[in-house]
Design a binder for this molecule. Structure first.
Ligand SMILES: Nc1ncnc2c1ncn2[C@@H]1O[C@H](COP(=O)(O)OP(=O)(O)OP(=O)(O)O)[C@@H](O)[C@H]1O
Ligand SMILES: [Mg+2]
Length: 133
């Protein structure tokens, strides 16, 4: 079991989180296309936490055993939350100046994607896994 926690306050933390995610995925045996998918999803969700959630942290954990390899990402912030999650998950929905592609894009890139949000903040948990042979 590997675990890393990255504080999210500024732009450079996004780069750090995606780098740690990519390296862990590689160590666990994920291929380069999966490493890129994971790094992209981490970028989008950590950027949202900084842009809209006043920062927070990103926990990246992973393991590989005889059956499977799995990497899980949890991004939490203590911002104002997302009033309408269904809307926020739609392609093209943004309250900022983005493309509104971050959340729906990250969901498509990962195997697992859960989001919960309330007035105390937002938490996104996502995962990627693969069978080991
Ligand atoms: N952590 C968060 N806290 C509060 N609101 C959020 C959070 N993450 C996303 N949102 C809201 O959901 C909307 C959609 O997010 P999404 O990442 O899909 O698009 P975007 O950030 O607006 O643009 P893009 O990611 O394409 O640059 C945001 O505009 C914002 O209103
Ligand atoms: Mg975004």
């Amino acid at each position: 079991m590997m675990k890393e926690i990255i504080g999210l306050q500024q732009q450079t933390d996004i780069i750090q989180a995606r780098k740690i995610g990519r390296e862990m995925a590689k160590t666990l045996g994920f291929g380069s296309a999966d490493q890129t998918r994971l790094a992209t999803a981490i970028s989008e969700i950590t950027r949202n936490a900084i842009q809209y959630g006043r920062g927070g942290h990103c926990a990246i954990s992973g393991y590989s055993d005889r059956n499977e390899r799995k990497i899980s990402i949890s991004v939490e912030d203590r911002g104002p939350g997302i009033p309408d999650i269904d809307k926020a998950m739609e392609d093209g929905y943004t309250t900022g100046h983005g493309l509104g592609a971050g959340l729906p894009g990250a969901r498509r890139l990962m195997h697992e994607f859960h989001i919960e949000s309330g007035s105390g903040g937002t938490k996104v948990v996502m995962g990627m896994k693969q069978k080991n042979f």
